[in-house]
Structures are given as structure tokens and as C-alpha cells.
Design a protein around this ligand. Structure first.
Ligand code: GAP
Length: 433
């Protein structure tokens, strides 16, 4: 049965994955805080992306650019003029909506009034703030709405210092901000979120093949981390959906509880951004091909994913409810590399003679994995809790351990158990994580 948004939100809150931001003051709808487990899951998603996109490749390097950039960046990129959503206001209840997200263009989804909408106007999604003490137009800056521009404006710095030759990519993970008119669906659409973006620079004639390659590669990344293939699809954008910089875009979509929606976009941004920044800054950002003795603007293929949105999709995809011996079992069958804790160590009793070897094992394993030692409640309840937070292995230290120096390792998904020598636990886990 498909999981409901309410079940995911409840688990996320009760187990410490995601909390409403500013909750003690009633909360704000558009921002969320990641709790002790959420921060691990989010970090693991970002680390897996980085591993696949940077570490395991010899043609991609990383960057961490500033959130505050010169206003000219967003003028040249086109965001100041056209990074907008069409907004209407209901004259009856004064609520504002995105026209393109309204189910019925004549009826207000809040108060039900008909034909009450104002004319649509373009609403710019960038958050504005000021640098320094004077709040005037000269000091206006935007919080970045995408990480990508930080890569384009550093194109030459990165190419030169990392001695890169085409084709090559520059990857970045970080916060972005959009003053979304209708944030919602839990962490799916928020005003502050994290992106994982890579700009892959290539010769213009190679762009179509690179585009195909990156669509396939990114699709496989989700599958490789255990996301169900039936919950993923690839959808090309219609011409009227394309962003102002894109010649073609394909979305990787996920079957969210409310229907198919975007997880990641892969765009052919052509030479739009490098050309714009060259013209606006006066700095020549063309690439010089020594062999051909020619200078040209590379094309860019951009796989742009949301880190927070992807984390949410992994939570949904891994959530299962099943019945075991007449009892409901909730399991997050997260890929072991994504699981917040890789292992839980559970002494069967609180007696010092069991706690001591459990702590000894924990000290050894902590150097390699995030783990939890749990002493509370019955062993059955402790297993259930670990299942619910996606811990792939539970190690039980029991009275026999004192005799045979071995422990029981329980597998989350099959619930099967293995007896393993304490000295071999690290190797056992390392092979499976
Ligand atoms: N640089 C291209 C770019 O930013 P995008 O499709 O607007 O493209 C890329 O954003 C990804 O960032 C989206 O596929 C989504 O996963 C994530 N994203 C965008 N807006 C978001 C929001 N308001 N909340 C959460 N994630 C968002």
C-alpha cells in the first residue's frame, strides 16, 4: 500500500528526522530543521552524491561558493528579470496562489470563491537582503536561488587551478533559497533547501550525447541506492516549460504520495551562462583549445538535484508496514550506506557484565560507523525501534557472549540472525556496508 504523507511526517517528527522550524512559536510552514537522524540521512545522501559525482570520477572537481554574490551575477544570469512564478490573489480571502498550480483556474482553493482572482502578475522568487548598514538599492543582494551560478562565475578559476581540459564538470552541494508562493508537501517544496548540482562543460557538438549520458547516469544513481524502479520515471519538458536558459530539459520524477513530481532536472544550458557572464563582466570566459588554436564558449549539461527533496524521497521509498507474528512492524529499508545508524548495539540486560563488552565493541566500531548503544526496554521493542529508523544491523550482547566471546547479529530486512565472534564483527559489517 502506498505510504501517506501523514505517516512519513509523523515518523519523521517522532523519531527525530525532521522538525517544523520555529515549532515552539507555532512554526513556519516553509522551513524545516533536521534532527539527529535526519541530519545523518541528509548527510549520507549528499555524501553518496559526492562520491558518485566527484570522488569516483577523474573529470569532475568540487566547489563551495558563497551564498551571497554580487547582484550583477543575477542580472547577467537572467534571474532578476525572469526567475518568476505567475501569482494571483483571491479578492475574497486575500490568499495568493501560483496560477500554474491551481486545479481550477476560476475557483479559490482556500475559500471556494469563484471568479475572484486578480490578473496574474510575475512574482520574483529571489529573497532580497542588504549588505552593510544601509538598506538601499546599491547594497541590495539576493540569497542564491541555485548553486549553479557560483560555478559559472568561477569557471576560469577552477579550470586554471585544477588544470582541466574539456570535457569536465564542477560539482557543488549547498543551500539555496526561493520565496516560493506555495511551499508545501512537507519538505518537498520549502523556501530554504539544499541542492546538489553539477555543471558539465563540453564542446557544443558533444552536448546532445552528454545530455543522454547524464540522464542515464543520474537515473542509475537512484536505482543503485535502492529506490524502486517503478517509482521513478523520466519526463522530457515540453517547450513551454523550459527555463529561460535551457535548450532541453528532462526531469527525473518520483511517485510521491500526491502523484508524480520532480526529483531532479537535467538541462542542456547551452553556452547561455558563460556567454552572459562574459558579456556582463567583460571577462572572457571562453575556453582556449590549444590543439585547434581556437577559443569558444563550452556548452553545459547540468544535472540538478535537490538534496532535501531526494532525502524525502528515500524516506518515502523505504517506508514499509508489515505484519510479523500478529504485530505491525514499520521498517525503513534504507540502503545501508544511507541509513543514519549502521548498527545498534543492544546488551540483553543492563547488568555491568554485559554493558562492559557492549561498550568495548561500540568504542571499536565507532571509529568506522555511526552507531547507537541502546539499553532501554525489551529486546523486541529495541529491534522495532531500530527497524523504524532503518538501522540495517543490530548486535545483541547476551550472557553467552561471556562464555563464547560471540554476539548475535540481526539483519533488519530478513530478521535473520548470525552468531559472529566479537573479533570479527567489524569485518562482518564492513563487507555489508
Ligand atoms: N540550477 C538549476 C535548478 O536550480 P531547478 O529544477 O529549479 O533547477 C533543481 O532545481 C532541483 O532543486 C529540483 O529538481 C528540486 O529537487 C530542488 N528544488 C528546487 N526548488 C526547491 C524547493 N523550493 N524546495 C526543495 N527543493 C527544491
Amino acid at each position: 500500500m502506498p505510504v501517506s504523507l501523514e505517516s512519513i511526517a509523523a515518523l519523521a517528527k517522532n523519531r527525530g528526522f525532521v522538525f517544523q522550524s520555529s515549532e515552539i512559536y507555532g512554526g513556519i510552514r516553509s522551513a524545516y530543521d533536521y534532527g539527529p537522524l535526519g541530519v545523518e540521512l541528509l548527510k549520507n545522501v549528499k555524501d553518496e552524491w559526492w562520491r558518485a559525482m566527484v570522488q569516483e570520477r577523474d573529470d569532475v572537481v568540487g566547489l563551495d561558493s558563497a551564498i551571497l554574490q554580487a547582484r550583477q551575477v543575477w542580472r547577467a544570469s537572467g534571474h532578476e528579470a525572469v526567475f518568476t512564478d505567475p501569482l494571483v490573489e483571491c479578492r475574497n480571502c486575500n490568499q495568493r496562489f501560483r496560477v500554474d498550480k491551481l486545479e481550477d483556474a476560476n475557483t479559490c482553493p482556500n475559500c471556494g470563491a469563484t471568479n475572484s482572482f486578480t490578473e496574474a502578475r510575475a512574482f520574483n522568487l529571489m529573497f532580497r537582503t542588504h549588505t552593510g548598514p544601509v538598506e538601499d538599492d546599491d547594497n541590495l543582494v539576493y540569497l542564491r536561488p541555485e548553486t549553479a551560478q557560483g560555478i559559472f562565475i568561477n569557471f576560469d578559476n577552477v579550470r586554471r587551478t585544477a588544470r582541466l581540459k574539456l570535457p569536465f564538470g564542477v560539482a557543488q552541494v549547498g543551500k539555496s533559497f526561493r520565496n516560493e508562493i506555495t511551499p508545501g508537501q512537507f519538505v518537498f517544496r520549502t523556501r530554504e533547501f539544499e541542492q546538489m548540482e553539477m555543471e558539465y562543460f563540453c564542446r557544443p557538438q558533444d552536448a546532445p550525447a552528454q545530455f543522454e549520458y547524464w540522464v542515464k547516469t543520474r537515473h542509475e544513481w537512484y536505482l543503485g541506492l535502492g529506490m524502486s524502479s517503478e517509482n521513478l520515471r523520466i519526463r522530457p519538458h515540453d517547450a513551454d516549460e523550459l527555463s529561460h536558459y535551457s535548450a532541453s530539459t528532462v526531469d527525473i520524477e518520483y511517485a510521491f504520495p500526491w502523484g508524480w513530481d520532480e526529483l531532479e532536472g537535467i538541462a542542456n544550458r547551452t553556452d547561455f551562462d558563460l556567454r552572459q557572464h562574459s558579456e556582463a563582466s567583460g571577462v572572457d570566459l571562453r575556453y582556449f583549445d590549444q590543439e585547434a588554436n581556437e577559443r569558444f564558449y563550452p556548452y553545459v549539461i547540468e544535472p540538478a538535484a535537490g538534496a532535501t527533496r531526494t532525502t524525502f524521497a528515500f524516506l518515502i521509498d523505504s517506508y514499509h508496514e508489515e505484519e510479523v507474528r500478529g504485530e505491525k512492524r514499520v521498517v525503513l529499508s534504507l540502503h545501508p550506506r544511507l541509513a543514519p545508524y549502521k548498527v545498534a548495539i543492544l546488551p540483553l540486560s543492563k547488568k555491568a557484565e554485559l554493558i562492559e563488552p557492549a561498550e568495548r565493541l561500540a568504542t571499536e566500531l565507532r571509529r568506522h560507523f555511526m552507531l547507537e548503544v541502546d539499553l532501554t526496554q525489551s529486546i523486541g521493542r529495541r529491534y522495532r525501534r531500530q527497524d523504524e529508523i532503518g538501522t540495517p544491523f543490530c548486535v545483541t550482547v547476551d550472557f553467552e557472549t561471556l562464555e563464547d566471546q560471540a554476539v548475535t547479529i540481526r539483519h533488519r530486512d530478513s530478521m535473520e540472525q548470525d552468531r559472529v565472534a566479537m573479533s570479527g564483527v567489524y569485518e562482518f559489517l564492513a563487507k555489508r556496508l
